[in-house]
Design a protein around this ligand. Structure first.
Ligand code: LLP
Length: 416
């Protein structure tokens, strides 16, 4: 569900014509629908209305301050993976006692920053990290609240690059070793065991792997209860998939049924770390056709957005639909939509069935709200795109397009 629709033959974001924004801010730009974000958040949290829970939005999916502030106002917490994400979350007004810190490589200064900020818990991924936490908390005269991130060895049936809960992945503590590490943690000074956590992957389109993972996590939680550990939080991660094309992911309500079945009734607080399902379909990337180029092999539509703006198609061979902003009757062709970057892997769509578009025309790359701008770069010295937010009839620039000066900010010539 999203609020990008054609009114007549023209694509709108809520009540604003996409063309009007393009005329004002130029292309390419990311365009977000505030009402879609709010709706997705509400549908997700309402699916768990009957249980004590906290939704910690996964900041990496889209870390723009306007997005974070909107979610903060709705009561969301944050799942962060770096000091930079903590900085953003706090800047946006997300309460520190709703922030969980995940990731395999937390550095000392990041741990210190999180302890100073008073975050809810660290999702710990190794015994070395546990020792670092204990050492730094002692140094600061404080105590680190922790959950162990358990690797349940469950196949999430998603792209191998975004699968995280199988035993060959770098993430988490093998479920078979978790109990003994919990027992060590419980004895450590300056460590307070408060939760148990898992996250098995992203863009999952079936519920079964979630059920399997949470069942394994709950077996561990029963053992921990038996050992007298005070587990308050059960963090089941994120990963719920969205529709890019033909997928049929579970609805949040079906996902909730699976999770709640596996949890089987508890007095603990459930924590969720959704990213994509909140923002993925709430954003598009708007780009303009520079040239049409036809070879003996292919139709190439060369546009002004590229892999530096949206890397998902190049990196994961991900499918994202490309549509013209103005819909008219015309011939359908099969084309590669490519950018100006000097790499053959620079494409936004490959062998895509779409209308034969004209030079100068606007196109929308759908479902670009998650892992779009947040994974963008300046490769080929291309200033990063602007980000725009719409609500109802109004739009605002929520991140300026970068300038050439931004490209060289902080650089200087070597005088040695
Ligand atoms: N929690 C943890 C610990 C994570 O690592 C992730 C995503 C999430 C939550 C949120 O997952 P989501 O609900 O968004 O699926 N760049 C890739 C996706 C990478 C996901 C990384 N971790 C893509 O564009 O498909």
């Amino acid at each position: 569900m999203h609020y990008f629709n054609y009114q007549g033959n023209e694509l709108y974001c809520e009540d604003v014509p996409v063309e009007r924004i393009a005329a004002e801010v130029g292309t390419p730009f990311y365009l977000y629908s505030a009402s879609t974000i709010v709706r997705h958040y509400n549908v997700f949290t309402e699916a768990f209305a009957d249980v004590d829970h906290l939704v910690c939005y996964s900041v990496k999916a889209n870390s723009n301050l306007a997005v974070l502030k909107m979610l903060a106002d709705l009561g969301a917490g944050a799942d962060i993976v770096s000091g930079g994400e903590l900085f953003r979350a706090l800047r946006a007004g997300i309460s520190p006692d709703k922030i969980v810190f995940s990731g395999v490589g937390k550095r000392d200064e990041e741990i210190r920053f999180a302890l100073e900020s008073g975050i809810l818990m660290f999702n710990v991924e190794s015994t070395s990290e546990l020792s670092a936490l204990s050492r730094i908390a002692k140094d600061m005269g404080s105590t680190a609240p922790v959950a162990l991130r358990v690797n349940p060895d469950v196949d999430p049936e998603t792209h191998p690059y975004i699968s995280t809960g199988m035993k060959e992945n770098k993430f988490g503590i093998p479920v078979t070793e978790a109990l003994s590490i919990y027992l060590q943690a419980a004895k450590m000074d300056h460590i307070q065991v408060v939760g148990a956590d898992c996250h098995i992957g992203s863009q999952l389109t079936s519920s079964a792997p979630f059920g399997e993972a949470v069942t394994k996590l709950m077996e561990l939680v029963s053992d921990l209860d038996r050992e007298g550990m005070e587990i308050k939080y059960i963090d089941v991660g994120g990963g719920l998939g969205i529709i890019y094309g033909e997928e049929a992911p579970p609805l949040p309500s079906d996902y909730a049924d699976t999770i709640l079945d596996a949890v089987g009734g508890t007095d603990k607080t459930l924590i969720f770390e959704p990213g994509r399902v909140i923002v993925g379909n709430a954003g598009i990337l708007v780009t303009r056709v520079i040239y049409n180029k036809k070879t003996a092999e292919k139709n190439f539509i060369i546009v002004d957005a590229a892999m530096n703006d949206l890397i998902r198609p190049s990196l994961y061979d991900a499918y994202q639909e490309v549509r013209p902003v103005f819909r008219t009757e015309r011939e359908e062709i099969v084309a590669d939509v490519v950018g100006p970057v000097c790499e053959s892997t620079d494409y936004l769509a490959r062998d895509h069935s779409m209308p034969a578009v004209e030079e100068g025309e606007l196109l929308a790359v759908m479902s670009s709200g998650a892992y779009g701008f947040s994974m963008s770069s300046q490769y080929n010295s291309r200033p990063r795109a602007a980000e725009i937010m719409v609500r109802d009839k109004r739009f605002e620039v929520v991140r300026n397009r970068e300038t050439f000066d931004d490209l060289v900010k902080g650089e200087r010539v070597f005088n040695g």
